[in-house]
Design a protein around this ligand. Structure first.
Ligand code: FPP
Length: 236
């Protein structure tokens, strides 16, 4: 297979379209989420193969609590099942897992499983899988500002200071953000962290987004010319 000239260090994905995938097949929405978990596995395998250092996924937003409670409970149950099913694979493939967001509001069983998974994979030196749950960009900015003010009374804040107080502290900003299902919005995702991120939108629904589609996104990224507000290095 053709080599890709430029591999991003951090790819982030807004996984969208599970409900529409299910509806198109006359299935309930949860079936779409279930198939979506298979896409998570495929994309993680691809990230491991391509040596992508960070793969982050928007798995549950603070706004998602507004969905019918059987869907919300179903999503948490799927996550718990995935943790139980995949821990062995993750350790074997040296994947470190970070699950970030407002974890306080989660069911104690799920929280315990999340903490266990993070501990079990903490030594992973390969890809870091970052799963954003009960997360929103505005929530993150506000909690960071509050914590900074509390710990540094009267001090002026610099952008670098702020990075350290965000829930994503230590994770580099995404180089590439993918959103599936034809929607072209940021939807209160990593608002601060995407200041210079390249965006890639595809009509493919998340349950259909597998290795082939992921490769197309990375190939497109490799063709992009990132200038970070400056002029091009070789002045072309
Ligand atoms: C968006 O599709 C998808 C979600 C809100 C949930 C995504 C979560 C998973 C795939 C499970 C993640 C599991 C692990 C292990 C990380 P939608 O329901 O908004 O689709 P629609 O826009 O077509 O209705």
């Amino acid at each position: 297979m053709e080599e890709i000239s430029k591999i991003p260090q951090h790819v982030s994905i807004i996984m969208d379209g599970n409900g529409r995938w299910a509806k198109a097949r006359g299935k309930v929405r949860l079936e779409g989420h279930k198939e979506g978990v298979e896409s998570v596995r495929a994309c993680l395998e691809f990230a491991v193969e391509m040596k992508i250092k960070y793969l982050s996924l928007f798995a549950f937003s603070t706004e998602n609590w507004g969905r019918p409670s059987d869907e919300v409970q179903g999503l948490w149950a799927l996550m718990l099942k995935a943790i139980e099913r995949e821990t062995k694979y993750l350790i074997k493939n040296r994947v470190r897992v970070l699950m970030l967001g407002n974890l306080q509001q989660l069911d104690p069983d799920l929280r315990l499983a999340i903490e266990g998974l993070m501990e079990a994979t903490a030594g992973g030196q390969g890809t870091t899988l970052v799963v954003m749950i009960n997360y929103s960009g505005k929530w993150d900015i506000v909690q960071a500002a509050n914590r900074f003010a509390e710990e540094n009374p009267g001090k002026q804040m610099l952008p670098e200071d702020f990075d350290r107080y965000l829930i994503t502290a230590g994770v580099p900003d995404p180089d590439l953000l993918i959103r599936t299902s034809g929607e072209e919005r940021i939807s209160n995702y990593m608002l601060w962290q995407t200041a210079y991120t390249e965006f890639y939108f595809t009509d493919t629904l998340w349950p259909d987004f597998r290795k082939k589609e992921f490769r197309l996104a990375i190939e497109e990224y490799a063709r992009r010319d990132r200038r970070f507000g400056k002029v091009k290095q070789n002045n072309e």
